[in-house]
Design a protein around this ligand. Sequence first.
Ligand code: CA
Length: 186
Amino acid sequence: MKQQSKAKPAASTYDGFKPLGNLRFTFESGALDGWKIIDGEAGTPVSNHASLSKWKHKPFNHEGRFHLSTINTADGFSDKQQVVLQSPTFEIRGEQASFLASGGFNTKNLFVGLYDANSGKVIKAAGGPKGPQMKRTIWDVSDLTGKTAFLRVVDRNQGGWGHLTFDDFSVEGVLVASTTTSDATE
Ligand SMILES: [Ca+2]
């Protein structure tokens, strides 16, 4: 690959992944699209930045123009910002789900979680690559078909790479009315 000039940011490159179903979260409206902040705060939870300010040579490679971010403050970036974001509730009808995420590794304080909406328990968790460029996660959800679920992007980490970005979620599924999510545990 040709070396990028330091003066010129690298062009953002989306992986062009074929969606795994009709239910998608891509944030291309520039708004939260039904996601809610359930703990903490985020200055600009839906970001159109192409990269972190110190990593212009390593763009996020998000889908489209916007992604979900726990590092984007009202006027810049801060790993100290802590926030928990929750998706709308949906019924899983497919066998696989997929998304892009960057930021820190999966830990108990920092993860993208898939929750059982009835029990409120985490079913699956993943993190970023401990770096600025989004990596793709594909989850086998074949044993969850017919169950209701929601996603959370959990950021309670203030250290280095203590943030997550999230974009381009897809699964075969349908949105449903929220049930017992207020009792959900982490
Ligand atoms: Ca997007």
